[in-house]
Design a protein around this ligand. Structure first.
Ligand code: HAM
Length: 436
């Protein structure tokens, strides 16, 4: 194997054991919050037919234009009609239609936690494989549902103690009819400046002129500054819808900034769009979460109209913030018991004891290949064990075991029948001393 082959692919990361606690911490908070509001977990395939994303995320998005990971299985004869999912919403809409969820009691509410894949140029905060958690609600078009979805997301950021570090931005893009009008007006406006637009925006001019609004290129931003405003082009109903959401956010005391250029990089949005970003960070990868309404996507797949709204958040970006702000650093997991064996007879007898300890729900570890007491005690110490159990030849014959309190070094020989009780007493004692 070459040196290159034993390196991880660019834009990916190993989630090592030392990092797992951050993932578990976020996953626990997310599922607790969403399940308390009757969101059910859904898992859809990691790869889908390419068409699913072409029809939803849309031809003008960077994701479809540049970032799809094509799956070329050898048995597919090189045909790349499958892609690794760049996001979860499209697959969930596909699952909604395919599983006939139209007949389920509405609203149907899902949440997910899983890896996504975008073939972009890797840089800090931008990976090719990254994890998202997200939520989707089908079957409600009321502005109160928009407010509820934003509230859930805000609550998760509050649960993660990040609410003071982030800002919520919100916008409306109008419904399908309004978007027709907006695109026509913007097209006419941007067409006058055709020669000054960046190559991407020139393409957007034909595919989706709305996307020019959030272009980050300076030249384009100057032109965007005087562009017609979406809010002046949408119908009264869409204005009312947006106003209602803002009122609900005020009532809920969720702070927000209006961002009339918040179009988002996916083509499926109608009406509401929102993002949560780091207050301090103005960079391109500062979005921690984003979402919006997509009232026509189910219809695009099935011909049946079902309004929907959702969000997704980037797990790696959130973990980065938890670390930067030293917030809620989840405690590293310490083991309760380290089991030490001395000699072949003890080693044989120790396995059923380990099994018993695990079924008593203790966290237990051992180094069964090690021989000496000294090295095993050292290992117990490195693992931060509260209690070490030592079984030598004599204990193996007597059906006893030595219980050593790793904090004060005290030890006693205990009958195996009393083991659970004695361990619990020691762990309780150790915890009490730690609290003091
Ligand atoms: P998105 O804005 O493309 O939306 O992604 C959501 C979040 O995923 C971003 O705010 C960011 O934190 C994270 N993210 C995106 N790309 C990367 C990357 N290359 N590396 C690291 N993190 C990344 C969606 O995916 C929509 N499906 C959201 C949605 C759900 N809209 C309605 N329902």
């Amino acid at each position: 194997m070459t040196e290159q082959q034993i390196q991880k692919p660019s834009g990916t990361d190993d989630i090592l054991p030392s990092q797992q606690r951050f993932w578990k911490y976020i996953q626990d908070k997310v599922s607790k919050r969403l399940e308390s509001l009757s969101f059910s977990k859904i898992e859809t395939p990691i790869f889908e037919n390419k068409d699913i994303f072409l029809r939803s995320v849309g031809p003008s998005s960077d994701i479809v234009q540049k970032e799809l990971f094509l799956v070329k299985g050898s048995s597919l004869g090189g045909e790349a009609d499958l892609v690794l999912r760049p996001e979860a919403t499209a697959g969930i809409v596909r699952a909604f239609v395919e599983n006939g969820m139209f007949s389920w009691p509405l609203p149907v509410k899902f949440y997910y936690f899983g890896p996504m894949f975008r073939y972009n140029r890797p840089q800090a905060g931008r990976l090719r494989e990254f994890w998202q958690f997200g939520a989707e609600v089908f079957g409600e078009d009321d502005p109160a549902t928009d407010a509820l979805v934003i509230l859930v997301l805000w609550q998760i950021f509050t649960d993660l103690k990040l609410q003071n570090k982030v800002v919520l931005e919100i916008n409306t893009l109008g419904d399908k009819n309004c978007q027709g009008k907006i695109k026509k007006t913007l097209s006419k406006y941007f067409d006058q400046y055709r020669q000054y637009l960046c190559p991407d925006c020139l393409q957007r001019l034909t595919l989706n002129p709305l996307r020019i609004l959030d272009c980050k290129v300076q030249k384009c931003q100057t032109i965007v500054a005087s562009a017609p405003q979406i809010v002046d082009l949408i119908c009264d109903e869409c204005k009312e819808h947006f106003k209602d959401i803002l009122e609900s956010l005020d009532d809920l005391q969720i702070p927000y900034d209006l961002n009339p250029k918040l179009v988002r990089g996916l083509d499926y949005y109608t009406r509401t769009t929102f993002e949560i970003r780091d207050k301090e960070d103005t960079g391109r990868q500062s979005a921690l979460a984003g979402g919006g309404r997509y009232d026509n996507l189910v219809e695009q797949y099935s011909g049946r109209q079902v309004p929907a709204i959702g969000f997704a958040a980037g797990v790696e970006r959130i973990i980065e913030k938890l670390k930067t702000y030293q917030l809620a650093d989840p405690p590293s997991k310490k083991i309760d018991i380290f089991v030490i064996q001395l000699g072949p007879r003890a080693r044989k007898k120790i396995l059923p004891i380990i099994s018993q300890l695990s079924s008593w729900n203790f966290n237990v570890n051992a180094a069964l290949g090690k021989e000496s007491l000294k090295s095993q005690l050292r290992t117990a110490d490195r693992f931060g064990a509260g209690v070490a159990l030592i079984m030598g030849q004599r204990e193996a014959i007597d059906n006893t075991i030595i219980v050593r309190n790793m904090h004060d070094g005290g030890q006693e020989t205990v009958d195996l029948n009393k083991l659970q009780k004695v361990i619990l007493e020691h762990l309780k004692d150790i915890n009490k001393k730690k609290v003091k």
